[in-house]
Ligand binder design. Sequence first.
Ligand code: CA
Length: 234
Amino acid sequence: MAGPTVLVVEDEEPLALLLRYNLEAEGFDVETVARGDDAELRLRESPPDLVLLDWMLPGVSGVELCRRLRNRPETATLPVIMLTARGEEDERVRGLAVGADDYVVKPFSVPELMARVKAMLRRAHPQIVARMLIAGDLELDRETRRVRRAGREVNLGPTEFRLLEFLMQSPGRVFSREQLLNGVWGHGVYVDERTVDVHVGRLRKAINRGRARDPIRTVRGAGYAFNEEFSAAP
Ligand code: CA
């Protein structure tokens, strides 16, 4: 399965391109449509996971389109984030009144918009939560097998990926080397316990790269844990 799909309805081409670029960098599948009426037709086919909807559009306006989406059972609960221009405060209220789930004001900060998109998807599609393991600035996508730190892709070998996934699933829990061997390499596989240290070392090197905060905690005489405080502190 591909990543979550976002439909961008925006008639300003540079902005549509900027959104596409950033959403794709986050692992989303992106479609862009420049007209409200085209978007309405597109949304009658198969609904995406989320819509970024510009306020002022040729064809059918964003507000009118949002109202129509809410009136159709197939799209009544489709997550919609409206993009509005500065100084349209009254219209923002109207946007929410017609059923938009959220709005951002242009010119917006791209990281903030990405954070809102992700937060909304987590609320609307809990299966994406199961798919994504997120702690602090670290994200692991089980389906695409991708890991990102602060939005930048981290290249991990398959063992390091499984090791990180295993640790992130149980933040705070300390695993012995033997437990890690069983959980990551599999039962009955003979690997020296020092192999665990080697792979933890590689994993740390890849995900930390000059960063001060290490999400993996070494517990002397016990093993390793994903530091549960990593999510909380900035
Ligand atoms: Ca526009």
